[in-house]
Design a protein. Structure first.
Length: 333
């Protein structure tokens, strides 16, 4: 089977720091290649893969001010679709833009919907000549048909189990109001715990007004963007990962990564969190700062080994690759 993975180009694949869509595309490319699938990965030309790499843009547009993402995404999609007749399947991970031109794709197209950036892009999905997979049941549009839900998987080899977490609370993700960085600081203050923050600053004004003034290097520590080599160590060192999101998050990779390390999650009951977090096993679901602070107080009651085991059972990259491969065989028969 010949498969084209049409990846995003905001960041390198796999990403050096941030880039969840690129990370999933990378795990899929490597896993499929290991299973003998002939994979061509369309991504930035500095990407690293065992698959065949093709592309047009030298680096991710989020990493290079000289690259206009609007222009290069269009060129990237055009280049991949020009070659689409060479493949049994084109698997799109690049959101709505390829869908606008899906009628020109000369192979069946499958699109993983990593999340809707706004309701304004839905016309591209409704008119698309593509099949769809959701990444959580919660993130489905009512008027779209889906083949399946495939929860993301993670590379468990880089997320060793830590049987003994410390007392610190961890916040892992982009600094943005949606992610509730300010809420996490308040939860940690009420719980009397130190908070370790890791992630890119996505909303500079929010960071400067609501987060930066509270970073003192003692009760609130900011480590900046953390790469894959450090993620497991930091996530495994915490008593809990705080995830007080203000939006219906489609999935939440850091949540799964933390649980795999044995560190349970205290998450707001929004979006996919009730699907991802097993209440009382891998974490606690709460609805307010007060509930989250109370959950911190008894989070040590959760068994870290059971937390890790459940996450590893549910969210391995191998499971994700196997699910997609079964879907491919159903489509490209």
């Amino acid at each position: 089977m010949k498969v084209a993975l049409l990846g995003p180009i905001a960041w390198r694949t796999p990403p050096l720091h941030y880039g969840p869509w690129e990370l999933i595309t990378s795990l899929l490319a490597e896993g499929l290649t290991e299973r003998g699938v002939e994979v061509t990965l369309f991504a930035t030309l500095d990407s690293v893969t065992k698959a065949t790499l093709d592309g047009v843009v030298p680096a991710g547009y989020e990493e290079n001010d000289g690259i206009d993402g609007r222009v290069w995404e269009a060129i990237h999609v055009s280049h991949a679709l020009e070659r689409s007749g060479e493949f049994d399947l084109v698997h799109n991970h690049l959101d709505w833009l390829p869908l606008a031109f899906s009628a020109h794709c000369r192979a069946p197209m499958l699109t993983t919907v990593h999340g809707f950036s706004g309701r304004n892009i839905l016309p591209a999905y409704r008119k698309a000549k593509s099949l769809f997979v959701s990444i959580s049941d919660s993130d489905r549009a009512a008027d779209l048909d889906y083949l399946a839900t495939v929860h993301h998987g993670v590379d468990l080899s880089g997320l060793p189990f830590h049987p003994d977490g410390g007392d610190d609370l961890i916040l892992f993700g982009r600094i943005h109001p949606d992610k509730g960085t300010d809420l996490a600081i308040e939860i940690a203050r009420r719980a009397g715990r130190r908070l370790i923050i890791c992630g890119i600053v996505q909303d500079r004004a929010f960071f400067e007004a609501a987060v930066e003034p509270l970073i003192d290097g003692d009760s609130v520590v900011y480590l900046g963007s953390v790469g894959p080599d450090e993620r497991g160590t930091i996530l495994g060192s915490g008593a809990a990962l705080l995830h007080p999101i203000r939006f219906a998050e489609p999935f939440g990779l850091s949540v799964v990564e933390s649980m795999a390390c044995g560190t349970p999650v205290i998450a707001y009951r929004r979006g996919s969190m009730p699907e991802v977090v097993d209440e009382g096993v891998t974490g606690r679901l709460v609805s307010s700062v007060e509930e989250a602070a109370a959950a911190v107080a008894d989070i040590s009651r959760l068994d870290r080994a059971a937390c890790s085991a459940r996450a590893r059972e549910r969210f391995s990259a191998d499971r994700m690759v196997d699910q997609y491969l079964a879907i491919y065989r159903e489509i490209a028969i």
